[in-house]
Each structure stands twice: as C-alpha cells, then as structure tokens.
Ligand binder design. Sequence first.
Ligand SMILES: Cc1cc2nc3c(=O)[nH]c(=O)nc-3n(C[C@H](O)[C@H](O)[C@H](O)COP(=O)(O)OP(=O)(O)OC[C@H]3O[C@@H](n4cnc5c(N)ncnc54)[C@H](O)[C@@H]3O)c2cc1C
Length: 464
Amino acid sequence: MSGGLGIAWFRRDLRLDDNPAWAAATAEHERVLPLFVVDPALTGPAGALRAARLLGDVAALDQRLAEHGGRLCVRVGDPRVVVPAEAAARRAVAVHVNADVTPYAAGRDGAVRRALADAGVAWRPQWGTVVHAPGRVRTTSGALSQVFTPFHRVWARTPWEDWPEPGDGAPLADPGDHLPAAAASYPTLADQDGPAADPGELGAAARLALAAERADRYDDERDRPDLVGTSELSADLRFGTLSPRTVAEVVGEATPGRAALVRQLAWRDWYAHLLHARPELVERPMKPAYAAIAWRDDPAGVAAWKAGRTGYPLVDAGMRQLLATGWMHNRVRMVTASFLVKNLLVDWRVGERWFRHHLVDGDVPQNVGNWQWVAGTGPDASPYNRVFNPVLQAQRFDPHGDYVRTWVPELSGLAGPTVHEPWAAGPLELAAAGVVLGGTYPERIVELAGSRARALAAYAAARG
Ligand SMILES: Cc1cc2nc3c(=O)[nH]c(=O)nc-3n(C[C@H](O)[C@H](O)[C@H](O)COP(=O)(O)OP(=O)(O)OC[C@H]3O[C@@H](n4cnc5c(N)ncnc54)[C@H](O)[C@@H]3O)c2cc1C
C-alpha cells in the first residue's frame, strides 16, 4: 500500500466487484475518493432511456459504497477540469480508472493525465471493461486480426491477465455532492421483474443468473426476436454493472449454447480493439473504396425508417421497439440497418447516430463496428452484395408473427405469418383485420428488388 488518498474515477465500470481500477485503489491507498463526473458532452447526446439508466446505475453504486461505509462523490462538468481540480483539493496521490477506447475518451484521458502529471499525481489505468486489453490478442504475425474467426481463436486461448486484488482502503464517507435516487425510472427489458429489474450491479447479478439459466438454449434461440433467447445483458456490459469476465465465468462453455454466448464477448472485445487501433473508424469506412459510395439524400425515407413506418412490418417493429424500450434484438438490428443502408441507400453514419442516441446499450465501438459490418464497409464485413430481405427474414425468424404483432399492433388482426406481408392479404382478410394499407398502416416506401439492384450498382461504382 502506497498510502495517502487515491481517487477511483468511475466511468463505464459502475460496480465494485471484479473491477480492477476499484481493486487497485483500495489496495494501494488507505482512503479512496469514489468519484463520478456527469459529463454533459456524453449525457447531452444520450437518449432519455440511456440517461435514466446511467443515473439509476450511478445511484446504485452510491448505495453499494454505503455498504462499505462510503459515498459516491458526484460532480458535474468537464472531467478535464473537474478531475485535476478534485485531485488537487484532496491532495490525492493517484487517480485510478478503467480505460476506454473511443476517440473522445482517449482525448479526455490524455488531457487529464497530462494535467495530473504536471501536479505530480499518478495516472493508473486498467482494462476492466473488456476481457483482454487491446494489444493482447495478436495472431502469429503479431498483428491484430482484421478477420473475426482468427481473432476469436487467439482470444479464446489467451490467458487472462491478472487483475489486482482489492485491499482494505476505505471509501470516504462524506465526499461531497450526491445524486438524488434515480432508480424510479430505471429502464430494464419488459420480461425482467423482481430483483432483475433493479439498477446497478445487484440487479445485474440477478439478470446474469437468469441469462445463465437459459444459456443452454442460446445457440438455438438467439436469432428469434419473438423469444427471450439472448442474454439481454448488453446495457449491463455497456455501463459496467457487470464485468465481461464475470459473464464469461458464470456462463461457462459447458454446452454449445454457452460457448456461443461467450463467443459474443469476443466480438465485443474485437470491435473495441479495432477502434483502439484505428480511431478513425468512428467516421470512416475501413475499406477506403467505399468512401466513394454515392449515398442518397432521402429525408422522407429516413423519417419513415426512424418512426417505424416503412411499410415493412419487421423493420417497423424493430424501429418501434427501439423507441419504446431502448433495445432491439440483434437479428432485427441487422435487418433494419440493412434496410436503411442498402434498400434506401442512405449513409450508415445516419443510422449509427440514431441507434447511438436511442439504444440504452449504445456503445461507440460496438455500434460503429456493427453498422460498418452491415454496410459491408468494415472489418470482416458482411459481403457488400448481402442485402437482408425483411420479408424472408421475418418469415424465418418470427415464424408465427408474434414479434411483429407486439410492436405493430395495427396489424395484429392478421393471422399467422400473413402479418409479414399485409400487401399479399386479400381485401376481405384486410377488412376483417381492420387494416387499410395507406390508412391504418403505411404502404411500402420502397420496392425490394429494384432498391437492391440500385445498392449493388452504387457499391460497384464506388469500387470502380
Ligand atoms: C446495427 C447494429 C448496431 C449495434 N449496436 C450495438 C451497440 O451500440 N451496443 C452493443 O452493445 N451492441 C450493439 N450491437 C450488437 C448486438 O446487437 C447487441 O450487443 C445485442 O443485441 C445485445 O443483446 P444481448 O445482450 O441479449 O446479446 P447476446 O446475444 O446475449 O450477447 C451477449 C453480449 O455479447 C455482446 N455482443 C453480442 N453481439 C454482438 C455484436 N454483434 N457485436 C458486439 N458485441 C456483441 C454484447 O455485449 C451482448 O450483451 C449492434 C448490432 C447491430 C447489427
């Protein structure tokens, strides 16, 4: 223990368990200031549901600290100013953090680190938001793989670097400002109740227990938006109420379903490692040729897409689920993203920003990586000529139409899979279901085969 006072600056690691930055702070200092800075540059652009979730998790972290005799100090402002000022006021000897990969975070942390160095305060980063730190997963050539499968192979056999063990350092009991309890509006998914609907790491532990119970079926059910077939842990991983290592340990790899779920954590690490290595991917396509795609300017199409009024029921269901809950099933994310980028030929960055705003799990590396994957512009991307057909996808993955009926209730009178193609229903069937195309439900805004051909031509032209 080096003694003195250390600051544990929480950002997207809102937990005490399995948190290497918190562990290092308590191991190295007698007294620890637990700090959270509400940064308007990050909370401003966040949608209401993500902001509520953040505040709920921060309030829950405060309660956890109270169990250890401490409180969370909450400040509002630019961390580049607030953190060095707090360190100076407290005569702190070190600031402990879990590092982050976004360009914004890298710039912010660089500025804080320099200001602290000028004042003689140590900067102590850990990598507690990913399973493996960026740079640790390298193929035999020593490079970060640009293809997922070899990355995953090495990821799976790379030993976990030791994280520090927590020590006896005590959190300060009255460190300053606190947040009002914000748990009342805390958004969790509809199927979660009881302890699993609670904010913070205790609620997250209950959610993980439920996810682990159904993990054996993950491989069979993960593509079905009409079932609860995935873990629904993405927001907990986003805010760090769960450590990805805890998820991997609790789920384990005893069955194919469990192994498939843990493999998804490798995708999460991969996109983080790629953005860490190439920050420009936030804005630029990884494949340079695709910078020349002649995207369309289509305000009416984009507005219909955002509102869930494209006339394609699966696309509309997904976009409405996003607005109502801040979450969308992965299969439907792929279909809605493909519809915007390929069928409407609208720049993927338009969709990326909309998702980033509304998703509770909205997370720059994952969102950018997946949008580039769907657009065919990114690493190990879906081939450029793959255009998801929203009708075939719906028939295959929402076979009874239950998912669509939940989110597009004006079509709920249509029986079975007819709900996926209301235009194919006869006039009597439509009348009996109370559906008027162009009235109660929109006409299709674009035709699939023609728009697909238009997209392929635009991609071919960009490639020269
Ligand atoms: C266009 C698009 C945008 C996306 N934006 C985000 C985003 O902003 N934030 C985000 O966390 N995920 C994003 N994803 C990935 C994926 O859709 C979500 O992680 C997943 O739907 C969350 O549900 P779950 O927790 O039940 O996932 P599960 O299937 O249970 O997977 C477990 C965990 O693995 C990780 N994971 C799963 N799939 C992926 C993936 N394709 N890429 C990276 N990590 C993955 C997530 O952390 C997830 O919680 C996006 C996917 C697409 C197609």
